[in-house]
Design a protein around this ligand. Structure first.
Ligand code: SF4
Length: 68
């Protein structure tokens, strides 16, 4: 996305399966490559946190960082 991905807008590089279609390619933004997954973001299956947990966490982050 030429001017970056606005908060709350689906990235045009996401496939229907929610995979990054430019993963490993030089055009992938440095910010994306630098984002390191961690338990707070991804959840912990051992305590019952699932993909839904991660999606809710990321959605909240998108909402909190949305420009006013
Ligand atoms: S990693 Fe970056 S470029 Fe890839 S889908 Fe996610 S936001 Fe888009």
């Amino acid at each position: 996305m030429p001017n970056g991905k606005p908060a709350g807008i689906r990235c045009i590089q996401l496939s229907d399966e929610n995979n990054c279609m430019i993963f490993g390619h030089p055009e992938r933004p440095a910010f994306c490559a630098g984002l390191q997954p961690n338990e707070e973001m991804c959840g912990n299956e051992a305590i019952g946190q699932s993909r839904e947990y991660a999606m809710a966490w990321l959605s909240e982050l998108e909402e909190l960082t949305r420009p006013l």
